[in-house]
Design a protein around this ligand. Structure first.
Ligand SMILES: NC(=O)c1ccc[n+]([C@@H]2O[C@H](COP(=O)([O-])OP(=O)(O)OC[C@H]3O[C@@H](n4cnc5c(N)ncnc54)[C@H](O)[C@@H]3O)[C@@H](O)[C@H]2O)c1
Length: 267
C-alpha cells in the first residue's frame, strides 16, 4: 500500500497534459495546497494561460517521444531542484472500432503507455537512491474495465494501469509510491458528455464529473494511501464483478452494445 500523502506543502510536483482538463485541475488544486508545480503540454498558449492562473511553471513538450519526456524531466529537475511527485496525465483517445488505424494504435501506445515507462526509467533510479518518490498515472476506468467502440483506448489504458501495478509491485517496498487514476466520464475536450450519441451516453451512465472533482479525489485518495483513485465509486463494484464473474460482466457489456446497435439502427 502506498504511504499516505497528508500534505502537499512544499512537494515538488510535475503534471503532464496540464494545459487544460484534468491535468490543469490537478495542477491548480495541488498548487493551492502548497505544492511547487511544473506543468507540461504540447499546447503552448493554453499551457501558458494555465501556468498564469495556477502559479505553476510551464514546460512545452511533446511527450510522445523519449526526447520529449527527457526534456520535461530534466527541465523540471532544474526548475524545482528535484521531483517528488510525477503525475503522468497526458493522454489521447484515438480511433474507433476495428477501423482504428495503425497510426492511431502507434500514437496511443507512445502517449498512453510508453510515456509512463520512459518517465519511470528516468525518475526511479534517483528515487531509489534517496528512498522515496511518488508516481501517478492517469489511466481510466477503461483501463480496469473496457470502453465500447474504442479498442485502442481500452487496450492502452489497460497498459497504463498494468504498468502502474507493475511499478508498485516492484518498487513499493523500496519507497516508491504509485497510484492509478481511473475515472469514467469527465467533462473535458476529450469527452464532451452524454446526449450526443449512445456510446457517449454509456460513458456518462453513472454521471459525469468536472475535472476539479477528479483533482479532489486524487488529493483525498493519496491522503488515504490507496493505489486506485476512483472518482466514480461505482467503478470499484464493476471491477470486482469483472474479477469475480467475468462472463456475467461480459454479458452485461454485450447487452449494452446491443442496445447501442439498436439505437443506431433506429436513427
Ligand atoms: N475525460 C474523460 O472522460 C477521461 C476519463 C478517464 C480518463 N481520462 C484521462 O485523463 C487524462 C486527461 O484527459 P482530459 O480528459 O483532461 O482530456 P484533454 O484532452 O483535455 O487533456 C489531455 C491533455 O494531454 C495533452 N497531450 C496529449 N498528447 C500529448 C503529447 N503527445 N504531448 C504533450 N501533451 C499531450 C493534450 O494537449 C491535453 O492538454 C487523459 O490521460 C485521459 O485519457 C479522461
Amino acid at each position: 500500500m502506498p504511504r499516505p500523502l497528508s500534505s502537499w506543502s512544499g512537494q515538488r510536483v510535475v503534471v503532464t497534459g496540464a494545459a487544460r482538463g484534468i491535468g490543469a485541475a490537478i495542477a491548480g488544486r495541488v498548487a493551492e495546497l502548497g505544492a511547487r508545480v511544473v506543468i507540461s503540454d504540447r499546447l503552448e498558449e493554453q499551457l501558458r494561460q494555465t501556468a498564469d492562473r495556477t502559479g505553476a511553471q510551464a514546460v512545452t513538450a511533446d511527450i510522445s517521444t523519449e526526447d520529449g519526456i527527457r526534456a520535461v524531466v530534466e527541465t523540471a529537475q532544474t526548475l524545482l531542484g528535484d521531483i517528488d511527485v510525477w503525475i503522468g496525465n497526458a493522454g489521447v483517445a484515438a480511433g474507433a472500432g476495428l477501423d482504428a488505424s495503425e497510426a492511431d494504435w502507434d500514437r496511443s501506445w507512445q502517449i498512453n503507455v510508453l510515456a509512463h515507462v520512459r518517465a519511470a526509467r528516468l525518475l526511479v533510479p534517483r528515487w531509489l537512491e534517496r528512498g522515496c518518490g511518488r508516481f501517478v498515472v492517469t489511466a481510466s476506468a477503461a483501463g480496469l474495465l473496457t470502453i465500447l467502440d474504442q479498442p485502442v483506448y481500452a487496450v492502452t489504458k489497460h497498459g497504463a494501469e498494468a504498468f502502474a501495478e507493475w511499478l508498485s509491485s516492484s518498487y513499493g517496498h523500496r519507497g516508491i509510491d504509485v497510484h492509478a487514476i481511473c475515472p469514467q466520464g469527465v467533462r473535458t475536450d476529450m469527452y464532451p458528455g452524454p446526449g450526443r450519441d449512445p456510446v457517449a451516453d454509456t460513458i456518462g451512465h453513472d454521471g459525469t464529473l468536472a475535472p476539479e472533482d477528479v483533482a479532489e479525489a486524487l488529493v483525498k485518495t493519496l491522503a488515504n494511501g490507496d493505489f486506485l483513485v476512483l472518482p466514480h465509486p461505482e467503478v470499484k463494484d464493476y471491477f470486482a464483478l469483472r474479477g469475480a464473474d467475468t462472463d456475467r460482466w461480459l454479458h452485461g457489456m454485450q447487452r449494452l452494445q446491443a442496445r447501442i446497435d439498436e439505437a443506431g439502427a433506429a436513427r
